[in-house]
Design a protein around this ligand. Sequence first.
Ligand code: GEK
Length: 238
Amino acid sequence: MKDEIFKKPIKKQFEFDESVASVFDDMLVRSVPFYKEVIDLISDLIVKNLSSNDTVTDLGCSTAQTLLEIYKKSDKNLTLIGIDNSEAMLKRAKNKAKAYGAKIDLILGDILKESIPKSKAIISNYTLQFIRPLKREKLVKKIFNSLEEEGFFIVSEKVISEDKVLNLQLIEEYYEFKKKKGYSDFEIAQKREALENVLVPYSDKENMEMFKNAGFSYIEIIFKWANFSTYFVKKSAS
Ligand code: GEK
């Protein structure tokens, strides 16, 4: 279903409710630059680095797009786990997993409260940005502790530039991207307002410092376009 949520004047902050979930797959492809390429890259790296019986956990899995991609690509017997606190998202994730005959454990819960299963890989695709800054640091430490010694964390985030002028120029580039994907100026402005104080982006430097402070040994940006980054973060350096 096409995302037309912000065509009408909005009355509340952004929430992952039934209306967002019903258009979510379309929303992500049209709102996150190179979304499909990023999911492709992440799922390839997961399949390359994991062995049979390893566990991968996706925090804020939404409709399970990444886990399904891993399922489709891997012939290894991986344990796939997704955690999300939106019932509407998990309902769709369950239907998609069923349609593909994929065994994915989908847990309805808050990633701040749930214990994260011991995993070889943990993914957080555009989810940390929704966690309040003070809680975000603690969550990253919990993620570090939930990884096996050889484990790694793949994170995608919307980011800010530390240079004010460049930051505004990159935001403009992003709005141009959204316009090319069919969103109007009104829809873009309304979504920006709804996300104010809900989505809090860090700079690349702040994110990398947060990973380092949590104990991670190796951090690399594996994808970057304007104000969007994906990091590959290893628990122990190899
Ligand atoms: C994808 N990773 O398709 N606990 C659990 N889930 C949460 C929490 C929380 N505290 N806060 C937010 N979420 C997906 C896209 S979307 C990103 C991830 C976006 C969930 C929320 O319900 C939503 O499903 C997801 O995190 C963020 O690659 O919409 O920009």
